[in-house]
Every structure is written in structure tokens, then in C-alpha cells.
Ligand binder design. Structure first.
Ligand code: ADP
Ligand code: MG
Length: 242
């Protein structure tokens, strides 16, 4: 795995009067879990689409190691976007280029506790299960960076917590570089090695904060809440971004 450097000089939508992103620099360390936190409409989805190569209308550069290129990505959207006429397993297989062994899918199904549902169609799945399929599909391609755009926003709190726990366990088994967008500071603290706070448009980095909580303490709500309070007290600039 290689480090990824992102420098977006500017991104302006043709219909917009001013730039959505200006002089944004991000440096992603290999296998680091980064949470991006910023106000609604600040440009987070725009940034992920640029990194993914879905939006090439910007000034800037992306470096994967020494190469000017886009990283190989796995993208998890807010809506899991499963094909309704394909089973869980077929939805996962469709994301693959045919080189992966079926064992990888089996292992991922076990990790996400979906083995028994692998031949079900998406309409039979709960919201939490659909999110878990989307996570498998993204990990299965073994991406250089996993992009996750508010993937748990529509889940109730206990389900979101369960899926977060499964995600972290899988990520520890199969380390990957992750860029995870969320509005929820507690969720960000529970997941991230590093938090990156982003400003309203033009989007720029306001603060970068390393989360010092041990990995085996990430489901300890008291530890999360205590760090959240400390963060808000020590970094008043963050409050207006939440
Ligand atoms: P976020 O994901 O942080 O909520 P977005 O990246 O979706 O923000 O949007 C950032 C800004 O760009 C918003 O003002 C939004 O209205 C605008 N925007 C997003 N997509 C388009 C588009 N395709 N055309 C024009 N403006 C857009
Ligand atoms: Mg968005």
C-alpha cells in the first residue's frame, strides 16, 4: 500500500459563482482510517467524486506514491445501491474483475455475518444488512482507498453501532486506507485514526486531530464522549462545523 497525496487547487461547478473547493491539501497515510467532518454542502461528496475519478473537471493533482494517477477505489454511498434483481452474492461478484477467488467473498460474508443471506435478494434485507453488503463489495476489490460517504446515516443508533463494530473488525483484519465522511462527531471519534475538519465553501482543512483512544476502547461510549468534550473545549473552531 502507498501513501496518497491530494491537492485540489480549485473545483468550481459550471453553474456556481464561486469555487466549492480551493487549495485543499490532504495526505493519506497507508492503511490509515480518516474521518472527514464538515458542514452539509461544504463539498465532501464533491471531493470523494474527484478522488474516485468520477469528476475530472478540477484543477489539482492526485499522487498515489510517486504516480500521478487516481487510486483504485471502493466506494460506499449513503444508499447501498444494490441491484434488486441480483442476490447478495451476485451483487458482490459484479464488483469484482474475476481475478479474486471465491474464498475472499466467503471470508467477507463471514466477517459481515451474511453467509446465511448470500442467496437472498436485496428486498429481503434490512437496512443494516444492505450496508454490510456494500462494505463487502468495497473491500472485495482490495482498493487503495475506501471512500465511505455517510454510509450509516439512515440507520438507527443500535444498528449503526453494530455495523460500525463489524466494519472496524474487518478493517483490522484487512487494513486499508479509508476516507469516511460523517456529520456525527461521536461516530468519527469511534472510527478514526485521524479527524479532518473541513470548512464551508470554499472547502479547506480547518483542523486535523489524531484520536488517541486505543482500538479496543472504540465501543466504550464514555471514552468517546469524554474525548468529544475535550476536543470541543480545546478546539472551539470545530463547533461551527458540526
Ligand atoms: P457535501 O457532500 O459536503 O454535503 P457536496 O459536495 O454535495 O457537499 O456539494 C458541495 C456544493 O456543490 C453544494 O453547494 C452543492 O449544491 C454544489 N453541487 C454539488 N453537486 C453539484 C453539481 N453537480 N452541479 C452544481 N453544483 C453542485
Ligand atoms: Mg455529501
Amino acid at each position: 500500500m502507498t501513501d496518497i497525496q491530494i491537492h485540489i487547487d480549485s473545483k468550481t461547478y459550471p453553474t456556481a459563482a464561486s469555487p466549492t473547493i480551493a487549495d485543499l491539501k490532504l495526505s493519506l497515510n497507508s492503511n490509515e482510517f480518516i474521518c472527514l467532518v464538515g458542514p452539509s454542502g461544504c463539498g465532501k461528496t464533491t471531493l470523494l467524486n474527484i478522488i474516485a475519478g468520477l469528476d475530472n473537471d478540477y484543477d489539482g493533482e492526485i499522487l498515489v506514491g510517486q504516480q500521478h494517477t487516481h487510486p483504485k477505489i471502493g466506494y460506499i454511498f449513503q444508499n447501498p445501491r444494490l441491484l434488486p434483481w441480483r442476490t447478495v452474492r451476485e451483487n458482490i461478484e459484479l464488483a469484482l474483475d474475476g481475478n479474486q477467488s471465491p474464498d475472499v467473498i466467503d471470508e467477507l460474508l463471514v466477517a459481515m455475518q451474511l453467509t446465511a443471506s448470500q442467496h437472498s435478494y436485496p428486498e429481503r434485507l434490512s437496512l443494516g444488512m444492505s450496508r454490510r453488503v456494500a462494505i463487502i463489495r468495497a473491500f472485495a476489490v482490495d482498493p487503495e482507498v475506501l471512500l465511505m460517504d455517510e454510509p450509516f446515516v439512515s440507520l438507527d443508533a443500535p444498528t449503526a453501532r453494530q455495523v460500525r463494530g463489524l466494519l472496524l473488525k474487518l478493517w483490522q483484519q484487512r487494513p486499508h486506507t479509508v476516507l469516511f465522511v460523517t456529520h456525527d462527531l461521536r461516530e468519527a471519534i469511534a472510527l478514526a485514526d485521524r479527524l479532518i475538519f473541513l470548512s464551508a465553501a470554499p472547502m479547506q482543512v480547518v483542523s486535523e486531530i489524531v484520536v488517541p483512544i486505543a482500538r479496543n476502547e472504540r465501543d466504550n461510549e464514555l471514552a468517546i464522549e469524554s474525548f468529544r468534550q475535550q476536543l470541543l473545549a480545546n478546539h472551539p473552531e470545530i463547533k461551527q462545523l458540526l
